[in-house]
Design a protein around this ligand. Structure first.
Ligand SMILES: [Zn+2]
Length: 334
């Protein structure tokens, strides 16, 4: 009987030694330690023994089983360790984590907000679906103004429309807050435009407004000059060209010295040395009256900037549509 146990121990040790992968190891377990394995068969033979020999035999088989299991688990561990040591190549680059990122327009908008808030402006928001009152009437834009045509603006129904600029937020803010106030209103606006390299039916704007005692065109110029210098560099220059907007009087278009050629003339600025940036002016007294602010007591200035325009200049992007196509090859560059 002892001989039988020794044979089993030897055979098991040899099979275990020969097993070099998990499949072979599982086969060893199945053959010797499994529910129908050789150890179990050995236990089954106990019945055939005389009663007085059974306890000693049982103990011997149990001891053997303990040894085999211990050897088996030791082998399993060493196999596992060697497999994982081979599988890990420490010289390989780690798995690439695809983290999200801010859209380039969101990054530029954040930068604009940062500069203006540092100059004491608050950030205000308003609805993208507006009434004609807030979008036009309150901003002194008469019913005959070309901007109100279907061909320029997107109407919904019942006097509602997609806002064509973020200026309505200025009206909403002035209805709630009394001067002095300094605010910017960043956000999406909509025009009935065909998309091309420089036009998109949806784009982003930042409108700014300041109302207080004795505000002048000089402060408007100083504010915009500081803003553009912080965005494009300290040597940036500013110039105003007379223009007309319904909600400001006087009004001016704002140009900055070309950020590419520094005013010398290049392809981007069409050799003029200047880039058109947006509109500005002193708030029309009619607009102040509309929100019950006395234009005899207070004056204000306002300006509007295109965020895409600024992003295109800052990043050297030549087609506005790239910002809205969501091509990851484009977006990952920011
Ligand atoms: Zn230029």
């Amino acid at each position: 009987m002892q001989e039988q146990l020794d044979q089993l121990r030897t055979a098991f040790a040899e099979a275990l030694e020969a097993a070099t992968d998990t499949g072979a190891l599982a086969a060893v377990h199945h053959r010797w330690l499994g529910a129908k394995g050789e150890l179990r068969t050995l236990f089954g033979q106990m019945k055939q023994l005389p009663a007085e020999q059974r306890p000693a035999f049982g103990q011997a088989v149990n001891a053997l089983r303990g040894d085999l299991e211990q050897a088996f688990f030791a082998k399993q561990e060493s196999l596992r360790a060697s497999v994982s040591a081979d599988a890990i190549d420490l010289s390989r680059p780690g798995p690439r984590l695809h983290t999200g990122g801010l859209h380039p327009l969101a990054q530029v908008q954040d930068r604009i907000i940062e500069v203006f808030t540092s100059m004491g402006f608050t950030v205000n928001e308003g609805p993208e679906v507006e009434t004609e009152y807030y979008n036009f009437d309150a901003l002194n834009t008469p019913f005959w103004h070309p901007a109100r045509r279907d061909s320029d603006s997107l109407y919904i129904e019942d006097g509602h429309m997609l806002r064509t600029e973020t200026s309505p937020v200025q009206i909403r803010t002035m209805q709630k807050r009394r001067p002095p106030l300094r605010m910017i209103a960043p956000g999406r606006v909509y025009r009935n435009d065909k998309p091309d390299a420089t036009h998109s039916p949806m784009f982003m704007q930042v409108e700014g407004l300041a109302v207080g005692h004795g505000l002048t065109f000089a402060e408007l110029k100083g504010t915009l000059l500081e803003f553009y210098r912080r965005l494009f560099g300290r040597d940036t220059k500013l110039r105003f060209r007379p223009h007309f907007f319904p909600f400001t009087e006087p009004s001016a278009e704002v140009d900055v010295s070309c950020v590419f050629c520094r005013g010398a003339g290049c392809r981007v600025c069409k050799q003029s040395g200047w880039l058109e940036m947006g509109g500005s002016g002193m708030v029309d007294p009619e607009v102040l009256k509309e929100v019950a602010i006395d234009p005899e007591e207070y004056t204000g200035y306002a300006f509007g900037l295109g965020i895409e325009r600024m992003a295109m200049l800052l990043y050297g992007v030549d087609d506005i549509r790239l910002f809205y196509e969501n091509d990851l090859r484009f977006l990952r560059q920011f």
